[in-house]
Write a protein that binds this ligand. Structure first.
Ligand code: ATP
Length: 236
């Protein structure tokens, strides 16, 4: 059984069918990308996996547990952790306080302290500005903070929603370098991205989501070579 399995997911907001038929799998240690246009249903899929919305149909399991019966706090506790679109850091709280929020559910306080120190060293910008309000950080710095906060939740699988959205090209490079290094360090990642080229280059496998449904799946390399993907998502 895969770490994460989703079969025939359907989600509606009232009469609006946001997701009609999404299926995907993520194995331990993989970086899997979900690409698709604006409004294709990617964020809704993640919200459902996080337990924030209930699906209309479909099955989902994480580490063998029935995902769609779990409360959001249980989902995080099980190790399925979302880094939301738009970073959503708490602007008036300090960088250190934002980081601490990532580990609210953990009892292994020593490990949390150790991991926090490691992250402040790994991302010096956070170390230097840990006492400042997070709202003073640039967009790219806030994204790094959001990823670090997610890492402190002790994820078995981290879901990143559009981490490069709205960032200057240099920062996009930096965010992708971080994502790639997390994968190289053995992390399991589900990456939602509109930057399809970068996402497919980084990913072990990927899915295309169009109009609420999974329309294609394969290795990053296969999808990069697919003529439909090249025309619709890579502008080639
Ligand atoms: P984006 O990259 O723009 O976030 P997406 O692929 O993540 O796009 P979703 O945000 O999941 O797409 O949206 C899927 C569909 O559901 C869209 O048609 C959107 O307008 C609709 N939708 C999303 N959230 C809501 C909501 N709270 N109420 C009603 N409709 C919604």
């Amino acid at each position: 059984m895969s770490l994460l399995e989703v079969e025939h997911l359907a989600v509606a907001y009232g009469a609006i069918a946001a997701v009609r038929d999404v299926s995907l799998k993520v194995e331990e240690g993989e970086l899997v990308a979900m690409i698709g246009a604006n409004g294709a249903g990617k964020t809704t899929t993640l919200a459902c996996l996080s337990g924030l919305i209930r699906p209309r149909h479909g099955r989902g399991s994480f580490a063998g547990r029935d995902l769609f019966r779990m409360h959001p706090s249980q989902v995080v506790g099980a190790g399925l952790v979302q880094v939301p679109e738009g970073r959503e850091v708490f602007a008036r709280m300090t960088v250190a306080e934002n980081l601490a929020l990532g580990s609210w559910h953990r009892r292994d306080h020593r490990a949390v302290k150790h991991e926090t120190a490691e992250l402040l060293e790994r991302f010096p910008i956070l170390g230097r500005r840990q006492g400042q309000p997070a709202g003073l950080l640039s967009g790219g710095e806030q994204q790094i903070l959001a990823i670090a906060r997610g890492l402190l939740a002790a994820p078995r699988l981290m879901m990143l929603d559009e981490p490069s959205l709205g960032l200057a090209p240099q920062l996009v490079d930096e965010v992708f370098a971080i994502v790639t290094s997390l994968r190289a360090g053995g992390r399991t990642i589900l990456l939602v991205e509109q930057n399809a080229l970068r996402a497919l280059r980084a990913a072990d496998r990927a899915y295309v989501i169009a109009e609420g449904a999974t329309t294609l799946g394969g290795s990053g390399r296969e999808l990069l070579a697919d003529s439909g993907v090249r025309t619709a998502y890579l502008g080639l």
